[in-house]
Design a protein around this ligand. Structure first.
Ligand code: F6P
Length: 353
């Protein structure tokens, strides 16, 4: 094997933050420095740091004591350097700036820790002549090619705890409580926290709902003497536009709560969990997954396996070409065993499945 001593790697965290990012930075950085003798540079605010050449050399000391800390010590942004802009002959494009900064610093690889958008950009950078390795993270758990992303189970814990708490107040007031959970495109977090929290109705973007099925179910529960109901809704479910065709500016949770109140007369309240789901310390499972993926990423770099993403497959840490990941989404499918089991427990998904 070629020597890895003196190899230079950059690390960045991009997209929405999540618990476990610091554990991953530590996993990659410490392994790279201690096991392989590499130099580690942390770029600030996602791809923006690469464009603007904002970085800091990270010592092993800098990467100590961050395993349990939420957020990211590097900062993050949703910067998309390949988004088409007006460039003329006097203005270098962002990808050109990145390449120039990468070469000036003499980097061998940039570790891009992020979600779907981050992997798409990482793939483009690789094609542009910048070596990259991807590390998947997101509370949404929707990255193609990996069974699980870190951040997901921490968010499941937070959302489930919130649903548990809402249960007790729902019972006291005999109300229907609607809880809106994050997930614009996919319903993994809503499904898992909804099942863990004993949600009576679970609505996710992948399963289009019929409002009449939801209303009949809730009225029936009420007539059966069940004093309250819990409805867990993904933020990304479709809500119809207003009568004049204008988009509705209400959140999905608020829309569903108002609809239930109007159609059934049952006393109904919405709660939008929001950014609390992305904050705070990672759960033990996410700390382990982020550390494992991080350490494996350093190994991938040592073997010069660029243009790939570290991934978890059937409980084993491995990798997958970014080409296969970029532009895809891992969605919940209605035939998922968890959905079938939930239905057998009388959970309503707002549809005939
Ligand atoms: O991190 C993913 C996610 O939490 C989505 O579920 C959500 O729609 C999105 O980020 C919102 O994040 P931001 O407001 O930071 O763009």
């Amino acid at each position: 094997m070629k020597s890895t001593k003196g190899m230079k790697i950059g690390i960045l965290t991009a997209g929405g933050d999540c618990p476990g990012l610091n554990a991953a930075i530590r996993g990659v950085g410490k392994t790279a420095a201690l096991k392989y003798g590499m130099e580690v540079y942390g770029f600030s605010s996602g791809y923006l740091g690469l464009v603007n050449n904002e970085y800091k050399k990270l010592s092993v000391r800098d990467m100590s004591g961050i395993l349990t800390v939420g957020g990211t010590i590097l900062g993050t942004s949703r910067e998309k350097p390949f988004k088409k802009k007006e460039y003329n002959q006097y203005v270098r494009s962002k990808p050109e700036q990145i390449k120039e900064n990468y070469e000036k610093l003499g980097l061998d690889c940039v570790v891009c820790i992020g979600g779907n958008g981050t992997m798409k950009t990482a793939h483009k950078l690789q094609q542009h002549g910048v070596n990259v390795v991807g590390v998947p993270k997101t509370i949404d758990n929707d990255i193609w090619g990996t069974d699980q992303t870190f951040g997901f189970y921490s968010a499941v814990n937070i959302a489930t705890d919130a649903i548990d708490r809402i249960h007790t107040t729902a019972n006291s007031h005999k109300r229907v409580m609607v809880i809106e959970v994050m997930g614009h495109d996919t319903g993994w977090l809503t499904l898992y926290s909804g099942v863990a929290g004993g949600g009576d109705v679970i609505l996710i973007p992948e399963i289009p709902y019929d409002k009449d099925i939801i209303m009949d179910y809730l009225v029936h529960r009420n007539e059966e003497g069940k004093p309250y109901s819990i409805v867990v809704v993904a933020e990304g479910i479709k809500v119809p536009p207003k009568k004049n065709g204008q988009p509705r500016n209400k959140s999905a949770g608020t829309y569903i709560a108002e609809l239930i109140q109007k159609e059934t007369g049952l006393d109904t309240r919405p709660t939008i969990l929001g950014y609390i789901q992305r904050g705070g310390s990672p759960c033990p499972g996410d700390r382990i997954l982020a550390s494992e993926l991080g350490a494996y990423t350093a190994q991938m770099i040592s073997e010069r396996r660029f243009g790939e993403m570290a991934a978890l497959k059937n409980g084993v840490v491995t990798s997958i070409p970014l080409e296969e990941v970029a532009g895809k989404l891992k969605v919940v499918t209605p035939d998922l065993p968890l959905i079938k089991q939930a239905i057998s427990l009388d959970t309503c998904f707002g549809a005939k499945i």
